[in-house]
Design a protein around this ligand. Structure first.
Ligand SMILES: Nc1ncnc2c1ncn2[C@@H]1O[C@H](COP(=O)(O)OP(=O)(O)OP(=O)(O)O)[C@@H](O)[C@H]1O
Ligand SMILES: [Mg+2]
Length: 307
């Protein structure tokens, strides 16, 4: 995975298990774009209310454009509102008779029940953000965690016949067109050095590929390098086994375990060929700031530049 592979896509979909660092990696990619003088937009389906700290930013991320940091713009999309708006703009306008029969308020409720339709409209809206006049160079979609993301991505192929044959056909074909075009869209899976996260990553990669969508690779987040030599590691483990050393030894032991897990799960991931695997280091802080995300973006860029 080179920088060109990442930056060359109009839409990057970031997904992975809950809590693995999807938001962190998405924003780091936004910083990567901005540092290179490009216009990225970070898109989330989770509203950030003003006052709530979001990587130190307290201005909130709502449905308008927010500038999180110079060059880093963010948007929140509310899937229910997106569906509502779409139904009103398209369906009611194109099919006023149906709409009248269903009565205005019931129309949205009716479509709310159509499996997958809301997701289809949402991903269309995500795409649209980057492609309107004066739009962005890249849309980074901080997608829901694995179980909820796959239904969004493999959707066009399985949306109800009712919808497929009817008013939404051209919308489905349009979404299918950009999602399955490897030159336009790619998925990047975020993982962590632990069993469940890696298991989910591998499953995700195969489901997304089955849906005909390009997977660029995975970012293994929370990587740790051991600061110790093998002899020092041995001494730490021996001291712990002997019940000596207290907190400092326990901390050293934890670092060694994390470094070993990084190596182990890095190997497992690479062996399964999810595409390239990049590492994002664990930053030893309780709360990350936007500046930390900027440093992560440098780390990701350096790794992507290596052959
Ligand atoms: N590389 C890292 N180093 C240190 N802390 C990190 C790192 N990556 C993420 N975190 C922290 O871990 C927490 C979870 O990260 P994040 O919110 O990015 O995960 P997520 O996958 O988006 O979670 P969710 O599934 O809830 O949306 C956050 O508090 C974040 O600051
Ligand atoms: Mg998140």
């Amino acid at each position: 995975m080179t920088i060109t592979d990442i930056l060359g896509k109009k839409l990057i979909v970031i997904t992975g298990k809950g809590g693995v660092g999807k938001t962190t990696v998405s924003l780091a990619l936004a910083f990567l774009n901005a540092r290179l003088g490009r216009r990225p937009v970070y898109v989330t389906l989770k509203e950030v209310r003003p006052g709530y700290p979001f990587f130190g930013f307290t201005g909130g991320v709502g449905s308008g454009e927010t500038e999180l940091a110079p060059g880093i713009r963010a948007h929140y999309i509310d899937p229910t509102a997106a569906l509502d708006e779409y139904v009103k703009e398209r369906f009611v306008r194109l099919y006023p008779l149906y709409a009248a029969v269903l009565k205005s308020k019931a129309v949205s409720g009716f479509f709310e029940a159509a499996p997958g339709l809301k997701e289809l409209i949402t991903i269309g809206k995500v795409w649209h953000l980057g492609n309107r006049p004066g739009g962005y160079d890249q849309v980074i979609f901080d997608a829901p965690s694995t179980g909820h993301a796959v239904p969004i991505l493999d959707l066009p192929g399985r949306v109800l016949d009712m919808v497929r044959g009817g008013a939404f056909r051209s919308h489905i074909e349009w979404v299918e067109g950009f999602l399955k075009d490897p030159g336009k869209t790619a998925v990047l899976a975020v993982s962590a050095p632990e069993d469940m996260a890696v298991g989910e990553t591998l499953q995700l990669v195969s489901s997304v590929r089955e849906a005909g969508i390009n997977v660029l690779g995975a970012v293994l987040n929370y990587t740790v390098k051991s600061p110790f030599t093998p002899a020092e590691e041995k001494a730490v483990l021996a001291a712990e086994d002997a019940g000596r050393g207290g907190d400092a030894v326990r901390l050293a032991r934890l670092t060694i375990s994390r470094a070993r897990a990084t190596t182990k799960y890095g190997k497992i991931l690479r062996r399964s060929r999810p595409g390239a695997v990049l590492g994002a280091p664990r930053i030893f802080k309780k709360d990350l700031s936007l500046e930390d995300l900027r440093s992560l973006s440098v780390e990701i860029e350096n790794q992507a530049a290596r052959p």
